[in-house]
Design a protein around this ligand. Structure first.
Ligand SMILES: [Zn+2]
Ligand SMILES: [Zn+2]
Length: 287
């Protein structure tokens, strides 16, 4: 008997890939995220097949990947994938490839994973000229970061003012461009305050295809819809992304595109609608 998992996947046929309604997919994962299944090359090929102009690869930068080491100085070795991005072509088989990261927000001050791990040596053991945080070291070569919450335990008992401030502080990070899937994080916050802060900084709120899989339930869908509607009302730009953890999901926006159509979301507020718009947004927000 053929059974379906919670993602309702039945078949995939690379010869009949639906064309993406948007030019960019700026939140995707490769094998480097450990619970994802494709290489960067496979994701680029999938992006091309889906008609994307731009692919953003944003692997997890999070404590969910590796156990805490006894020796912090060895920790960089787990994450060295992020320090060699200059090997990647900027244009790969006609697809513009951007180098990103999805970083966990780890506390109510809006700090991002790795901020408190101070390194004195590189992956070979050679000493740095001056100590630096692992986050800063890894982020040297990235184009933008997505700040997301995957484990909100640290917000239990927090006030709305605290969780709102958490997102505001994360947005202050010069490389954070996108608040990742706030509708799925399960952490309440003052929506208008965070949305308007993102708008003021030219940064983006994410509407994430992956939040609409049945697994997360209708409450998650309703929250995502509410966020999208408020972005439309306040004139806040959004990033639409798949959060693909396997190449065949790259560029597939079935649920999000249906939602945005249903609520008549203004096209001009979709920062990922084409590559030129997204690159312009990155340039202005991050430089
Ligand atoms: Zn995420
Ligand atoms: Zn993700």
């Amino acid at each position: 008997m053929l059974t379906y998992d919670s993602f309702n996947r039945k078949t995939y046929d690379s010869a009949h890939v639906p064309q993406s309604p948007y030019g960019c997919d700026v939140h995707t994962h490769t094998l480097e995220s450990r619970h994802a299944y494709s290489t960067i090359g496979e994701c680029v090929a999938a992006a091309k097949a889906a008609g994307l102009e731009l692919l953003g690869s944003t692997d997890h930068y999070s404590s969910m990947l590796y156990p805490d080491p006894a020796n912090d100085q060895q920790f960089l070795r787990f994450y060295q994938y992020f320090i060699n991005f200059h090997m990647w072509p900027r244009i790969w088989d006609g697809v513009r490839v951007m180098r990103g990261v999805e970083a966990d927000i780890v506390d109510l001050d809006g700090h991002l994973f790795g901020w408190d791990i101070i390194l004195t040596q590189g992956i070979t053991g050679r000493a740095f000229k001056r100590p630096q945080s692992m986050k800063d070291r890894l982020w040297l070569g990235i184009d933008y970061a997505i700040a997301s919450i995957h484990n909100g335990d640290f917000t239990h008992g927090a006030t709305l003012a605290q969780t709102t401030n958490m997102y505001l502080r994360a947005l202050e990070d010069p490389k954070v461009l996108i608040i990742g899937h706030p509708g799925r994080a399960g952490v309440p916050f003052d929506l208008d305050t965070v949305l308007l802060a993102a708008k003021e900084r030219g940064k983006l709120i994410e509407i994430n295809e992956h939040s609409f899989v049945p697994h997360y339930g209708s409450a998650c869908v309703n929250t995502c819809r509410k966020i999208a509607e408020r972005c439309a009302e306040l004139g806040v730009m959004i990033a639409v992304s798949t959060d693909a953890h396997i190449a065949c999901d790259v560029g597939r926006f079935d649920a999000v595109s249906a939602l945005l159509e249903k609520i008549h979301f203004p096209h001009e507020l979709i920062a990922t609608r084409d590559a030129a718009t997204f690159i312009d947004v990155v340039g202005k927000a991050i430089g």
